[in-house]
Write a protein that binds this ligand. Structure first.
Ligand SMILES: [Zn+2]
Length: 495
């Protein structure tokens, strides 16, 4: 008997460098922390790929029956221009350049982030904490680190002593870097001269007089280091040791390595048992970069257009394109790849419509091994969330559905029910795709709604209210629906 709860999931753990069976700390409960965006500019497509990967992971764990507490933070202070504690705070800098309050910058780009992830149909996390909302927790952590001797204060700033930590622990456990190799930056840079060792990282930075985001602390008026917020917030909401910690691969070092060091020093754990990293999105074979113009914003893809694309694409087509690659592989975006994905996605949606409208159950047998197919769908997802294999299986079902439509294959009612339920739960619930952006004549609901509008318009015309009749016609035309009036009635076409 098939059971979701008995599925054996394995997850690639960046800590061990291999796939491991997934065993949550508390049965049926999963604590998952994902590093969220630094809200100083519009969210870019690479970030969306990362959050889409973790959305599918969240959805699949929930689908299997786990109660997931998903924490994804908002970084609204502490992330410097350079990951190695140098340069200006990204939000402070934007505020200074645009003559805004830092919190105006935070609000503007947090709103942009929320709107964009909503368009991509990503589920909101259970908790979305902010770094500035957890300064007390961060200050407490720094106090503990100083007390146990893994942090030291110099001129109002506090640093984590990586060299001392590495004597009894393994700094490099995640990134597999050796501490000796990390002494790569010998130049004397702002703020580095205070450090005992070049590998040490800031837990608290004393603010320069011109710095606009600063808070009182026992050491100076200043601001917290970037790595600290995630340790403080994951500990607060998920505990000292939880199940999954995720983020983009670019965060593996130094951000996640530093988080692990902080957690090990304070709590004696690697924070999470499974560390997961989503890979990069490139554009036409190259890294996306605003300065070279090799860059596309989400909105350019689905509404305003880009010189790099021949047309716009729906959010679900873009998301489907992302899910056709495994989350740990580099994925290259191009116009051709998007066109191919759109075609593939439409084929799946068409097949689901055929299934929804299917009523002929004259056969008690099927030409399709539904039990094997369902197992293969789950096997794909159980193998470290392998969405490309899942999608390949769905295309097998699409082929079969098209054969039923052509009358060259048959399905029993029992198998039909299993097929319909499984395909729709994987496409809509687990992958979070939507069919709303595809206007197609033949979609029952759409046809019915337009027929209602046409009937009301005919009433208006009968009552000689031609102005309202024309208004309805023009408004529908704007949405790509054309009305064709004849003497007796009206019909419509979708452009
Ligand atoms: Zn983080």
């Amino acid at each position: 008997m098939f059971s979701k709860k008995s599925q054996k999931l394995s997850i690639y753990n960046s800590l061990s460098g291999k796939k491991e069976p997934f065993t949550p700390i508390l049965k049926d409960h999963v604590g998952m922390y994902v590093c969220g965006p630094t809200v100083y500019s519009n969210v870019h497509l690479g970030n969306i790929r990362t959050f889409t990967s973790f959305d599918v992971i969240y959805r699949y764990l929930t689908h299997l029956g786990h109660k997931v507490r998903y924490v994804r933070n908002i970084t609204d202070v502490g992330h410097l221009e350079n990951d190695e504690d140098q340069g200006e705070d990204r939000i402070s800098k934007k505020a200074r350049l645009e003559n805004l309050e830092p919190m105006e910058v935070v609000q503007k780009y947090t709103t942009d982030f929320h709107e964009t992830v909503r368009k991509f149909n990503l589920l909101p996390p259970s908790i979305e904490p902010t770094a500035t909302g957890h300064l007390i927790e961060q200050i407490e952590l720094i106090k503990s680190l100083i007390k146990i001797g893994f942090a030291y204060e110099v001129n109002g700033s506090v640093y984590f002593d990586v060299v001392k930590y590495n004597i009894t622990n393994n700094y490099g456990i995640l990134s597999k870097r050796k501490i000796e190799d990390l002494i790569h930056n010998t130049r004397s840079l702002d703020g580095q001269s205070d450090k005992k060792n070049p590998q040490d990282f800031a837990l608290w930075k004393k603010a320069e007089p011109k710095h606009i985001m600063k808070w009182e602390s026992p050491w100076s008026k200043g601001f917290p280091g970037w790595h600290l917020e995630c340790t403080a917030m994951s500990k607060k909401y998920l505990g000292e040791n939880f199940d999954i910690h995720g983020g983009g691969i670019d965060l593996k070092f130094p951000h996640h390595e530093c988080e692990i060091a902080q957690s090990n020093a304070c709590f004696g754990t690697n924070a999470a048992n499974y560390w997961m990293h989503a890979n990069m999105l490139t554009l036409n074979g190259q890294k996306m970069s605003k300065s070279t113009g090799n860059n596309i914003l989400p909105d350019e893809i689905f509404s305003s257009g880009s010189p790099l694309l021949s047309k716009t694409f729906s959010e679900s087509s873009v998301k489907f394109f992302m899910l056709q690659a495994h989350y740990r592989s580099v994925l290259d975006l191009s116009n051709d790849a998007l066109l191919a994905s759109e075609k593939g996605f439409n084929k799946i949606i068409d097949a689901i419509s055929i299934l929804e409208n299917f009523k002929d159950f004259s056969d008690n047998t099927s030409d399709f091994d539904i039990t094997k197919w369902v197992k293969e769908c789950y096997d794909a997802m159980n193998d470290d969330f392998n969405t490309p294999i899942l999608i390949a299986n769905i295309f097998e079902a699409v082929k079969f559905i098209n054969k039923i439509k052509s009358g060259i294959a048959k399905i029993s009612e029992k198998d039909y029910n299993i097929l319909s339920e499984t395909i729709s739960s994987f496409v809509f619930d687990v992958m979070g795709l939507k069919k709303t952006n595809i206007l197609q004549k033949g979609d029952d609901k759409l046809d019915e709604v337009i027929d209602i509008i046409l009937e009301l318009r005919n009433d208006a015309r009968k009552n000689k209210n031609f102005e309202l009749g024309d208004k309805i016609r023009d408004m529908l035309k704007d949405k790509g629906i054309s009305i064709n009036d004849s003497d007796k009635n009206s019909s419509f076409t979708i452009d």
